[in-house]
Write a protein that binds this ligand. Sequence first.
Ligand code: F6P
Length: 516
Amino acid sequence: MTHTTSTQAWQRLTQLATTDGETEISGLLADPSRLERFSVSAGGIYADLSKQRISDAVFSALIDLAEETGVQAAAAAMADGAIVNTSEGRPAAHMAIRRHPPALNETFDAQVISSFERMAAISDAIREGSWQGVTGEAITDVINIGIGGSDLGPKMVCAALREFADGPRCHFIANVDGAEISSLVRELDPATTTVIISSKTFTTQETLRNAETALAWLSEALELENPAASPHVIAVTASTDNAMKYGVPANQIILFPESIGGRYSLWSAIGLAIAIQVGFENFRAVLAGAADMDQHFLTAPVAQNMPILLALAGVWNHNFLGMDSQAVIPYCERLRLFVDHLQQMDMESNGKSATADGDTVDTDTGPIIWGQTGTNGQHAFFQLLHQGTRPTPVDFIGCIEDTLSQPEHHRLLLANMIAQSEALMLGRSSDDAHRHYPGNRPSTTLLLDRLEPATLGALVALYEHKVFAQAAIWQINPFDQWGVELGKELATEILTGDAEHDPSTRALLKKTGLSR
Ligand code: F6P
């Protein structure tokens, strides 16, 4: 396969970086047609990329790059169920699961339909109070025990859709740090609590450890011999066998398909906490919003394709302008966990050094994703964004309407967001070096009509597809995560005491009491 760096578009971009790399964004905006050409709407989201440092010549070479590297053909193959996760021999079916009805193949469709029927029935029963604990009381609190994709996605959606929450309270335990679960259970009544053990594999050490602690708490407080078989426990997994080995009976297990990757699993039964908190209809609306973005990704021409444009802006900034990180700043406190979710989605997908074919990549791949909500970030790290020596592209995310906020607050919030993108672009010259703002720092602004299930679904899918489009350009497989395995193996070796270690590791083990 021809390497991306050998494509004509890549070579043209390499040359353009020397001539157009420092072009003034404010000068580019003097072109009255720029805003229209660099903005696009889809799924209740407006994206303005006109403040990217992208000249017309660069824009046209980037479009060529997406076409030469076959981004949309790769997307179509993923949507059709091709084995896009080549190192694990699996399709990536997150687009198929949010189609209603699902339409991939007979086995997958049947599994999804049955999984969603069970999810709807269980979430309805818990919300209505007919799913009762052993003392006959309704459930008031749910603890989702899971980590990575089995935590970040549902936790982020539950926080973002707080406005729609009318079910039992949902709590999330991910870290194996026992202080978390111990303090949480102190606040809860075991008789009215149900624990969801969320794990695609049902082998994840942290999740199983936390689940053991939760089961011990239930067992002791409710005098249960087999708490895993009580209505206080539900398992969500892609491996019924592993969950059953753990003592959860089949009728308390919700199965989802193996072809749904961990970081794409909020769309599956891993989203059970979402359905419990906001109702299954709202969960469906999140999927429908994502499906709208899927359609846009698959059908909009490259130059008007929101995820591909975000991907191309990133490739230009990271590979050609040397900016190695990407800040994401939502101006909406309910989206505070969006960056955490995005870090896994992007960095676990595209933090790779091998091409899908097993060669070593010959260009940089996934950027470092970071950020937090504005205006908080303005009083923390925006100093570096404005005057630091490492220009960093920023994605600003705002909501046009916010019924939970108050008009004066909301005007202030949005004014700050818009001012920041303007300040980053314009800068301000001063003879006093301390007061000099270099400007010409690129940003994209995304505006959601309002934060609701469908626009949230579209926003998450937008970034999933941005990540996928960049992976297609860099020719990497975004669906495996071999990089996390080595550390897991060594932790097991440390715990079993089976391995020899270097002097530094030996000393750390001794000081922490992990070895004698
Ligand atoms: O360690 C990485 C990872 O495999 C993620 O990809 C995944 O989301 C997480 O662990 C949790 O895995 P599981 O859902 O199987 O417990």
